[in-house]
Structures are given as structure tokens and as C-alpha cells.
Write a protein that binds this ligand. Structure first.
Ligand code: GDP
Ligand code: MG
Length: 167
């Protein structure tokens, strides 16, 4: 199995930390310049079970005026040519307007999507996680939800397996 996963989410949810952690040391370092016109490669997770290429699709950062949105949406469609899966990253316990906006953009792409709930280490009472997961995934069509802590390395094996299953 192998494929491209678009990583989307508002600033500071931990996208970079997550991808760096997933990619670990197993990877040939990707040059910061490595990019096609369509996507910027954030990292490549290569293992026995398969390969996950995490990409940033500049066209997915649609925000602001309507004209810009139209342009961005066009750009996003081109950007998504080879992408098979969209991963929305959020912070445990939080669903802000900017998360909703990121979700809306991802939804518009029509890609199969998963939700990655990062920073679960911040939630002391883990029983709070289940109702939160239920609340944020309700009616949003995620193929899977993965609670993780990119910083502590928790849940990342399940995430890798889950993503590969969907690729
Ligand atoms: P990005 O803007 O989405 O790429 O987010 P970054 O990867 O730059 O992370 C933003 C901040 O969140 C940094 O200070 C990270 O150290 C922190 N962070 C990332 N992952 C975790 C996590 O799993 N747990 C905690 N507590 N902090 C995290
Ligand atoms: Mg980042």
C-alpha cells in the first residue's frame, strides 16, 4: 500500500510535529524545496506495510474573499490530483471556527477524510475524550478517527495502520 495524504488543519494543532514524528528517522530527508506544482511534500513514512506520503496542498488554505476562494478551490482541485485521503488535524478538546473552516475546505474536495485528534496528552481525564470524539465526528463523514499525541508518540502506530488501510 502507498499513497498521498493531504494534511490540513489550523495553525498550531501540531501538523508539523505529527508528520516529523511519523516520519522519524527512517526517511531520506526531504528537501524543503522538494515540491511539485501541486503539493509540498511534508514527509514520507516508509515501512514494511507501505508508504505514506504526507503532503501540504497550498490550494487547501482557502480563506477570505469569495474571489480568492474560487481561485483557491480551482487550485485545490489541481492540487488534489494524486491525493487519496485528507487528514484533518485538530487539538483534543477544541473545535474552533478555524477548525470548522478547515473541515469545510476539506469537505469540498470530496476526498475520503479522517480526523486526527492531536495533543491527547493534555487531557487529564481520558473519559472526556469519548464524548469529544462523538461530538466532533457527528455527521462529518470521517472514515476513521485517531486520537494521538504527536509529542509523546502515542497512537501513532494505530494511525499508520489506519491510514494504510484506507490507501
Ligand atoms: P502546526 O502549526 O500545525 O504545524 O503545529 P506545530 O507542529 O508547529 O505544533 C504547534 C505547537 O504544539 C508546538 O509548540 C508543539 O510542540 C505543540 N504540540 C504538537 N504536538 C503536540 C502534542 O501531541 N502534545 C502537546 N502537548 N503539544 C504538542
Ligand atoms: Mg507547521
Amino acid at each position: 500500500r502507498a499513497g498521498l495524504v493531504a494534511v490540513i488543519g489550523r495553525p498550531n494543532v501540531g501538523k508539523s510535529t505529527l508528520v516529523n514524528r511519523m516520519v522519524g528517522y527512517k526517511v531520506s530527508i526531504v528537501s524543503p524545496k522538494a515540491q511539485t506544482t501541486r503539493h509540498r511534500i511534508l514527509g514520507i513514512d516508509t515501512g514494511e506495510a507501505g508508504q505514506i506520503v504526507f503532503v501540504d496542498t497550498p490550494g487547501l488554505h482557502a480563506e477570505g474573499k469569495r474571489a480568492i476562494n474560487r481561485y483557491m478551490n480551482r487550485a485545490a482541485r489541481g492540487a488534489l490530483a494524486d491525493v487519496e485521503l485528507g487528514a484533518l488535524v485538530i487539538e483534543a478538546g477544541q473545535w474552533r471556527e478555524a477548525d470548522e473552516a478547515a473541515f469545510a475546505t476539506l469537505e469540498k474536495t470530496g476526498l475520503p477524510r479522517v480526523l486526527i485528534i492531536n495533543k491527547v496528552d493534555r487531557i487529564r481525564d481520558k473519559t472526556e475524550l469519548l464524548p469529544f470524539i462523538a461530538k466532533v465526528s457527528e455527521g462529518r463523514g470521517f472514515a476513521a478517527v485517531f486520537p494521538v499525541s504527536a509529542e509523546k508518540g502515542a497512537g501513532l502506530d494505530d494511525l499508520r495502520r489506519g491510514l494504510l488501510d484506507l490507501l
